[in-house]
Design a protein around this ligand. Structure first.
Ligand code: HEC
Length: 131
């Protein structure tokens, strides 16, 4: 019951807030849409992949470099029903190229320091490259 009251109060505050913002109507709506487009999980994942994660050093989208291409990862994980997030947390074994696993292993220091959300964004990005 207490929760219901709190929820009602939160909703009330939220709806008031919305109303008070309405005069700004159009500009507000436009900015919101832009932010939403650039911050989809796929896009955030791409940023992590190319930025903080530095995965791009060994993984290109379409071609194999040091490691498998991003498209091949997506394909292999989809076909084998693998768990990319678990792999990046070092909780699941490699399913693509176990002979080269040692090279990939060095990156778990980076991926394990990432939040679950960030890892899910990388996963979303990897799957988004699949044709
Ligand atoms: C120094 C080079 C290097 C970097 C940097 C690197 N990888 Fe890898 N990666 C590899 C190699 C080599 C393999 C192949 C071995 C394997 O399959 O585990 C691999 C394999 C993978 C696989 C397939 C794993 C499997 O099931 O076999 C995934 C997914 C992956 N990397 C994701 C990433 C992500 C995400 C990052 C960035 C956080 C990253 N890699 C950074 C070299 C690298």
């Amino acid at each position: 019951m207490r929760n219901v009251i709190i929820l009602a109060a939160v909703l009330l505050v939220a709806s008031c807030k919305k109303e008070s913002q309405e005069p700004f109507g159009k500009t507000e709506a436009t900015t919101e849409t832009t932010t939403e487009i650039t911050s989809t999980p796929e896009n955030l994942g791409k940023e992590l992949f190319e930025g903080k994660g530095a995965c791009i050093a060994c993984h290109r989208v379409e071609t194999k470099l040091v490691g498998p291409s991003v498209q091949d990862m997506a394909k292999a994980y989809k076909e084998k029903n693998g768990d990319l997030v678990a792999f990046l947390k070092e909780e699941a074994q490699p399913i693509m190229d176990p002979s080269q696993y040692e090279i990939m292993k060095a990156n778990f220091a980076i991926t394990k320091a990432m939040s679950d959300d960030e890892l899910k964004e990388i996963e979303a990005y990897i799957y988004s490259t699949m044709k």
